[in-house]
Design a protein around this ligand. Structure first.
Ligand SMILES: [Zn+2]
Ligand SMILES: [Zn+2]
Length: 434
């Protein structure tokens, strides 16, 4: 039994120390003889019964003149302790605690293994995403490099052709002039010979000469123009062409007047929207927002990647982003992906939030004057950028399914405040063909 208890080795030796040499069991009412040996009171009394003095110690044989012993309370207490610690109840209790502890450790270990697996899964996931992103980034830069290489080849080829054409023209002219010179040389020789001959013979006669060749003044080559075409700000010209080829580059989004709330005024070119105090005349249209001062873009998207920029200037409040084509224009709803809106909002001039439910407050360093909206239909992402420095402000990963439209709310204008517009930014159209 003692083997089940903790520190069983030291306890078994203690048990031996507390064992009576007569009954070979733990002391019962231990008493100590003059030789310091202990026995059960009952055992030593029985051992000595009927024996005349002197009596002896059963262990060391030391003799005593009287049958005297004294109770040892310290040993009594120790015996009680050892007895208690080896009792069935005690051992069961210890065994239960051991089992419980083991179970607790096993559970804890299992929890740690779960965390470990999760960490490992995350690491694998990050590695996988990292490699995918690496391929994507390389693809994007490769496209830019391919564009530049093609542009460079194109410009060099144009230069080569122009140079060749000019040289060819000059070469032809040069041959004509050479021929003319050679003919003149021939005529001069004839004249010279004729002069000498006539002088000697006394005959005066002109030699037969071919009429001199007519030579045009040569090609009018504009050397200044030739070099100017290539001494141009070539990097900027190329960058402008490259800008047009960006995928996605800033899209020239316009407002859809038919969707504008009656108090939202939209400019004639459909790039400026502003909330007015009064209603502007409007045609009834099921596409029109009637509850909130909203307006949608005219261009819908349902696949591919798209980017557009919105000038918000120093406007103190606005909402913008994308809205599902199916949003209820007649209802007043909280803007969130659940209701078909993926938006960024500004309130009080410096409180930026993502349009989640509840709103997600964003820490934005300084107020962007332009916001870039990036819609990736295939990856279902809607991201917002500070278009001044292209830093990411927020990204929805649970983006829309199906057709969406650019969404804007200039927000109700505070009374006594000059209304400030939302402006769709368009970049000058570039049509530079190679
Ligand atoms: Zn005994
Ligand atoms: Zn003794």
């Amino acid at each position: 039994m003692s083997a089940a208890a903790p520190n069983s080795k030291s306890q078994s030796s203690l048990r031996e120390d507390l064992t009576c040499a007569i009954c070979c069991d733990l002391f019962t009412e231990p008493v100590m003889l003059g030789c310091m040996h202990h026995f059960c009171k009952h055992c030593i009394s029985t051992y000595w019964r009927g024996t005349q003095t002197p009596v002896s110690c059963p262990q060391c044989r030391k003799e005593f003149t009287t049958k005297h012993f004294q109770t040892n309370y310290l040993v009594t207490a120790m015996v009680e302790k050892v007895r208690a610690s080896t009792s069935d109840c005690y051992v069961k209790n210890i065994q239960k605690r051991q089992k419980d502890l083991l179970e607790a450790h096993r559970q804890r270990r299992e929890d740690f293994i779960t965390v470990l697996n999760r960490d490992e899964d995350k690491m694998e996931c990050i590695k996988r995403i990292g490699s995918e992103l690496q391929v994507r980034i390389q693809g994007e830069f490769q496209a830019l490099r391919a564009f530049l290489a093609e542009e460079e080849a194109c410009v060099l080829e144009r230069l080569r052709r122009e140079q060749e054409a000019a040289l060819e023209q000059l070469q032809r002219h040069l041959e004509v002039v050479r021929e003319a010179v050679s003919q003149l040389d021939h005529s001069m020789r004839l004249l010279h010979e004729a002069a000498t001959t006539t002088h000697q013979a006394g005959l005066v006669e002109l030699p037969q000469l071919r009429p001199p060749l007519e030579v045009d003044p040569g090609p009018e080559l504009d050397l200044n123009g030739f070099s100017s075409r290539y001494m141009a700000p070539l990097q900027y010209i190329t960058w402008r062409k490259m800008f047009k080829s960006l995928k996605p580059g800033p899209a020239p989004v316009t407002f859809d007047v038919d969707t504008a709330h009656p108090s939202v005024y939209v400019s004639r070119d459909r790039t400026i929207a502003v909330d007015c105090d009064s209603m502007v005349p409007y045609q009834p249209n099921p596409k029109r927002f009637l509850q909130s001062v909203n307006v949608l873009g005219a261009q819908g998207f349902q696949d591919g990647r798209h980017y557009w920029e919105v000038g918000v200037g120093s406007k103190a409040k606005w909402d913008l982003g994308v809205a599902s084509e199916r949003v209820d224009r007649q209802a007043r709803v909280k803007l969130s992906p659940e209701s078909g809106y993926w938006t960024l909002r500004l309130r009080e001039g410096d409180q930026y939030s993502a349009g989640t439910q509840p709103w997600t407050r964003l820490q934005v360093g300084w107020s962007p004057q332009m916001i870039g909206v990036f819609l990736d239909c295939d990856e279902r992402k809607v991201s917002f950028y500070n278009a001044d420095d292209m830093s990411l402000l927020y990204s929805f990963s649970n983006g829309p399914r199906g057709r969406v439209l650019p969404f804007f709310s200039p927000c109700v204008n505070d009374t006594n405040q000059k209304p400030q517009p939302i402006q769709l930014l368009h970049y000058p159209p570039v049509d530079l063909t190679c």
